[in-house]
Write a protein that binds this ligand. Structure first.
Ligand SMILES: C[S@@+](CC[C@H](N)C(=O)[O-])C[C@H]1O[C@@H](n2cnc3c(N)ncnc32)[C@H](O)[C@@H]1O
Length: 205
């Protein structure tokens, strides 16, 4: 088992291939010659993975890079959580199992994703999925943890939106000392590292 695998489910066990409108869930494998997949994203040839495509673009997968870049979020999750972006539910499944987690409100803007992913995942009664755009959503309560995970890749073009969302949602944190609001890979996005156009994450067959 890989370092970050202990807390994640094996997503191909839950997500079968489905398409609806502009969204598609598909299982995939890579081959020995998929250099970038192996050496950049850490995938293993022959192993089964799952990815979410929206308008033909890969938005999320269960590649090791995604697991590594999210495991601290799962470790730090407690209380009442607001999660922007359902994706494939990679972080949602381990989060809902934590005793320290009371509720998880997921805000997802794509109804097709809610249908083809939400409809297949074994979600427990801590989880509520709301169909809304996180930029317009007006929370009616405060949360202990707020995680903004709506972007398909790490790109400095998203820095403005990310910073605006963090500013907005930081106002909806509880006053517990360990409450937090953060966005996926915010240090990279708001720093100088980014993935160049044409080098999007998982940009291989
Ligand atoms: C990178 S995936 C999220 C990964 C997810 N946290 C997981 O564990 O699998 C991004 C998701 O955010 C959704 N999304 C994109 N823009 C959004 C917005 N403005 N408001 C809410 N959801 C959005 C996409 O439809 C997609 O499902």
């Amino acid at each position: 088992m890989e370092k970050s695998d202990w807390q994640y489910e094996n997503m191909p066990d839950f997500l079968q291939d489905r398409s609806l409108g502009n969204a598609r869930i598909e299982q995939f494998t890579i081959f020995e010659h998929d250099f970038r997949a192996i050496y950049r994203d850490g995938l293993k040839p022959g192993k089964k993975y799952v990815r979410l495509m929206i308008d033909g673009e890969i938005f999320m997968s269960d590649a090791p890079m995604e697991k590594e870049s999210n495991y601290n979020v799962i470790d730090d999750a407690f209380g009442d959580i607001l999660l922007a972006g359902l994706g494939i539910g990679l972080i949602l499944l381990p989060m809902q199992k934590k005793e320290e987690v009371k509720s998880i409100t997921v805000v997802e803007k794509n109804p097709n994703v809610i249908d083809i992913v939400g409809g297949q995942l074994p979600l427990n009664d801590k989880v509520e999925i709301i169909h809304a755009d996180i930029f317009d959503y007006e929370p009616i309560r405060r949360y202990d943890c707020i995680y903004l995970d709506i972007w398909p890749d790490i790109c400095k073009d998203n820095a403005g939106d990310m910073s605006n969302l963090i500013d907005k949602y930081s106002n909806f944190l509880t006053d517990k000392p360990d409450s937090w609001c953060k966005a996926w890979q915010e240090d990279y996005v708001m720093g100088n590292m980014y993935i160049r156009e044409g080098e999007g994450a998982f940009d291989y067959s």
